[in-house]
Design a binder for this molecule. Structure first.
Ligand SMILES: Cc1cc2nc3c(=O)[nH]c(=O)nc-3n(C[C@H](O)[C@H](O)[C@H](O)COP(=O)(O)O)c2cc1C
Length: 222
């Protein structure tokens, strides 16, 4: 499965089979996480191997079942942390999808004191992502229209249209889709968001999706 196919097929999965990740899947995820950490300076951690590892963390929260493993998005407590975690967390989510794994971003209140991730000096947990073998299909989320989240027109370049389409397939907190993608000639894009829960995490996630759709035809305008 390509990353493009992963974008199209991904839905949040909250119910998992009652089995831990295989060694092969653990190793592959760990490799991708290490690449992300090197590139970003984040301290993302894969927590596996304990039946109901999530139970303490997310006890009976939001219909999650059989979470044996999760990814803790940790990094230096800077203003950029949420966006970075969104961007690299979604890279790991889509990579997991290509391995046939299901995931769900979890920002809600969970019992952090039961967690097994490590925080170095000055670091903070941004949020976590559950990961495992899907025991449900997930479903297509309700979506805004391309015109609601961008300045798309009949004359927009094809890469911009594809980027916006992939952005609309991205997971966002409470499915809020509060981002806006503004195309500026000749080949620049500015992304902004209205405020909402985890909206900066969403921004990072959506940026990653847009880049996969639009390819290298543009640069981000800060
Ligand atoms: C930053 C963030 C936080 C989220 N927090 C939760 C959560 O606490 N509980 C939950 O069940 N889903 C959570 N979600 C999943 C969203 O509800 C889900 O992505 C959205 O409804 C779109 O559905 P989809 O992921 O299946 O496309 C979160 C998603 C994001 C991006």
């Amino acid at each position: 499965m390509t990353i493009q196919e992963a974008i199209i097929h991904r839905h949040s999965i909250r119910k998992y089979k009652d089995e831990p990740l295989s060694e092969e899947h653990r190793n592959k995820l760990q490799e991708e996480i290490s690449l992300c950490n090197t590139e970003s300076g984040l301290h993302i951690q894969l927590i596996t191997g304990q039946k109901d590892a999530f139970e303490g963390l997310l006890a009976h929260y939001g219909g999650f079942r059989n979470v044996h493993s999760y990814i803790a998005l940790v990094g230096k407590n800077t203003p950029e942390l949420d966006k970075l975690c969104g961007y690299y967390g979604e890279r790991i989510v889509l990579f997991a999808e290509t391995l046939g794994l299901g995931t769900c971003w979890v920002g809600g209140t969970y019992r952090k004191n039961k967690a097994r991730y490590v925080l170095e000096d000055g670091e903070k947990l941004c949020l976590v992502i559950s990961v495992g073998y899907p025991a449900e299909d997930g479903h297509v989320h309700r979506s805004k229209k391309k015109e609601d989240v961008s300045n798309i027109t009949d004359h927009s370049p094809a890469w911009f249209v594809q980027g916006v389409e992939y952005a609309l397939l991205a997971p966002t907190a409470v499915n809020q889709q509060k981002f806006y993608l503004n195309y500026q000639e000749p080949d620049q894009v500015r992304i902004t968001t209205k405020s909402g829960p985890f909206s900066n995490v969403d921004l990072g996630i959506v940026k990653y999706h847009f880049e996969i759709g639009a390819g290298n035809h543009f640069t981000w305008k800060e």
